[in-house]
Design a protein around this ligand. Structure first.
Ligand code: NDP
Length: 338
């Protein structure tokens, strides 16, 4: 995978085998835009990210039921970044409760794209993801709908999110059979506590199909920031309405074990002279299969802190990586899972 360095400190990586270079750290709108934070903060976060070299902003029709895209579109228009200097995404799957506005039918994939273009105030989506697989739509139908959007100039690259390696391979087979565009990127969860899909399951897809990855929750929703070690610090996403499932996870039976790992990693980060969020993000970026790690942040100082990560990569020497491996003890079984 090609890596290139930018004068501003950000690193730009090829999105799989495509010619698109995305910033190694990108920024997403889930939970925050249109929900947790006000529009002025959202705009300040986009500005901070952009000035830090971020060139990819992630979004989805499902985030705050479309409001996250509206907030991002308005802020991007006001900030006036030249369109050719950044990439923006949307994801299709959860457009509402009616049967015609969810899933990956040709109808919904097409209409969701048109709606996202309006909300984001752009003429094309750089990246367009199928947010989940849809067992009730033939994969060839979705691949054909994506191909049409690409041929119409409304989408530049299409991909998947949390699809199994098998489902991605089936999409490639359908594209080959019908001479259509295959998915070029996947958006999986990837962090020190969640590794198997990126490290094991997708292993066969990197070389041949040339899969790129835009990984999500690199801090495990904030757990890997270390701020939950003394309990809920307040003013976080786990107190928000609709996030009860995450709070339960942060109080669940596995949580004490994870906290011990987090505390040990925080100590190691301190010994290296950096903070835990930076160590956890840098660890993600050490994997060359990660095209970009999508940061979340609800406050500008969080983002400023996280953007320092690129400077930390040289600190994660093979010895330090081994130390992290030993402390976390989360290395997945190397046997392919499919
Ligand atoms: P993270 O795991 O990085 O979590 C981000 C949250 O962690 C912040 O909102 C903040 O939470 C906390 N945080 C971040 N930095 C710091 C810091 N320096 N110090 C203390 N706390 C910090 O990422 P997300 O879970 O937000 O995911 C990132 C993006 O990935 C999303 O915006 C979205 O675009 C994408 N995504 C995609 C999914 C998919 O299915 N395709 C699913 C989920 C996310 P708090 O506000 O609580 O302080």
């Amino acid at each position: 995978m090609g890596l290139s360095r930018h004068a501003g400190g950000m690193e730009y990586r090829r999105l799989g085998k495509t010619g698109l270079k995305v910033s190694a750290l990108s920024y997403g709108a889930w939970v925050t835009f249109g929900k947790q934070i006000d529009d002025i903060t959202a705009k300040a976060l986009l500005k901070t990210a952009y000035e830090g070299g971020v060139n990819f902003f992630d979004n989805a029709e499902a985030y705050a039921a479309g409001k996250a895209e509206e907030v991002m579109g308005k802020a991007l228009a006001e900030l006036g970044f030249p369109r050719e200097t950044y990439c923006v995404s949307s994801k299709v799957f959860w457009g509402g409760t009616l049967p015609t506005v969810r899933g990956l039918s040709r109808k919904h994939v097409t209409e969701a794209c048109h709606a996202a273009l309006k909300r984001l105030r752009v003429d094309y989506l750089d990246l367009y993801f199928c947010h989940r697989p849809d067992p009730e739509t033939p994969v060839a139908e979705t691949v054909a709908a994506m191909t049409d959007l690409i041929r119409q100039g409304k989408v530049l690259y299409w991909g998947t999110s949390e699809w199994s390696a098998r489902d991605i391979a089936l999409a490639h087979a359908a594209a080959r059979e019908h001479n259509l565009y295959a998915p070029v990127m996947e958006q999986p969860q990837y962090n020190l506590f969640h590794r198997a899909r990126v490290e094991v399951e997708y292993a066969p897809l990197y070389e041949g199909p040339g899969l790129g990855t835009t990984v999500w929750s690199p801090l495990a929703s904030g757990l890997l920031s270390g701020k939950y070690l003394e309990g809920d610090p307040g003013d976080t996403r786990i107190s928000l309405e609709g996030m009860e499932w995450l709070r339960e996870r942060f109080e669940g039976p596995d949580f004490d074990r994870k906290c011990k790992v987090v505390a040990a990693l925080a100590q190691l980060a301190g010994e290296l002279g950096i903070t835990l969020p930076r160590l956890a993000l840098a660890w993600c970026l050490k994997n060359p299969r990660v095209s970009t790690a999508i940061m979340g942040a609800s406050k500008v100082p969080q983002l400023e802190e996280n953007l320092k990560t690129l400077d930390d990569l040289p600190l994660l020497t093979p010895e330090v990586m081994t130390q992290i491996e030993t402390l976390a003890a989360t290395r997945p079984d190397p046997e392919p899972t499919f």
